[in-house]
Design a protein around this ligand. Structure first.
Ligand SMILES: CCCCCCCCCCCCCCCC(=O)SCCNC(=O)CCNC(=O)[C@H](O)C(C)(C)COP(=O)(O)OP(=O)(O)OC[C@H]1O[C@@H](n2cnc3c(N)ncnc32)[C@H](O)[C@@H]1OP(=O)(O)O
Length: 159
């Protein structure tokens, strides 16, 4: 039940990520009242979470299991509640186990005002990273119902 993409998370981000041209994805995030930091504005940590999820989604397209090693966000403009942030992320390169990604967020449309940018290093891991470090019941739930994972389904597309 991912906080960024899970439907079951009442106050989650409910991010939907779509394959784009090349090793790239797009996504939208409707900023709700529950996502407030300063009065009437998005919490910066949640915006970073959204970047983490969107850039993390590239690994499904690349078929490389990976976790975030480093993530840096530039907050360019305040983002009011009730607006929609449109994200575009792409892989800039791969070196050994290291995946270098970048992303930007624009307000209210894919060509809207740029409001944030991020870059990240993801590190490839073996699948047993999750079994070894995760709590047993959630790991078992994934093993029992692998098709329930939204992101896996989202990228089941013909090239
Ligand atoms: C069975 C169940 C199935 C489940 C089905 C799968 C579900 C799949 C869901 C995925 C969902 C994703 C969700 C969104 C993404 C997250 O939010 S992931 C959660 C947040 N991230 C973490 O918890 C990661 C915690 N950190 C770690 O586990 C370890 O530090 C890491 C990142 C795996 C690296 O450790 P390591 O494997 O020992 O590798 P290490 O040799 O230290 O580093 C490898 C290379 O990366 C570099 N590096 C590592 N960290 C850094 C850093 N912070 N800065 C710069 N360079 C770094 C190293 O310098 C090294 O470089 P080279 O020497 O190769 O040039």
């Amino acid at each position: 039940m991912c906080f960024a993409c899970g439907d079951e998370q009442a106050n989650g981000l409910h991010l939907r990520v779509f394959a784009a041209e090349g090793v790239a994805v797009t996504a939208q995030f409707e900023v709700a009242a529950a996502h407030q930091g300063a009065p009437g504005l998005i919490h910066g940590g949640l915006l970073t979470l959204a970047f983490d999820e969107v850039m993390g989604s590239l690994q499904w397209m690349m078929r490389i299991p990976a976790v975030t090693g480093r993530l840096e966000t530039d907050f360019l403009r305040p983002i009011p509640l009730g607006r929609t942030v449109h994200f575009a992320a792409r892989c800039r390169g791969v070196h050994g186990r290291k995946l270098y990604h970048c992303a930007e967020g624009r307000l209210d449309g894919p060509d809207g005002e740029p409001v944030a940018r991020a870059s990240a290093l993801f590190v490839e891991v073996r699948l047993d990273h999750f079994a070894k470090h995760g709590r047993a019941e959630e790991v078992q739930a994934v093993l029992d119902n692998p098709g329930d994972h939204r992101t896996l389904r989202a990228f089941e597309v013909n090239p």
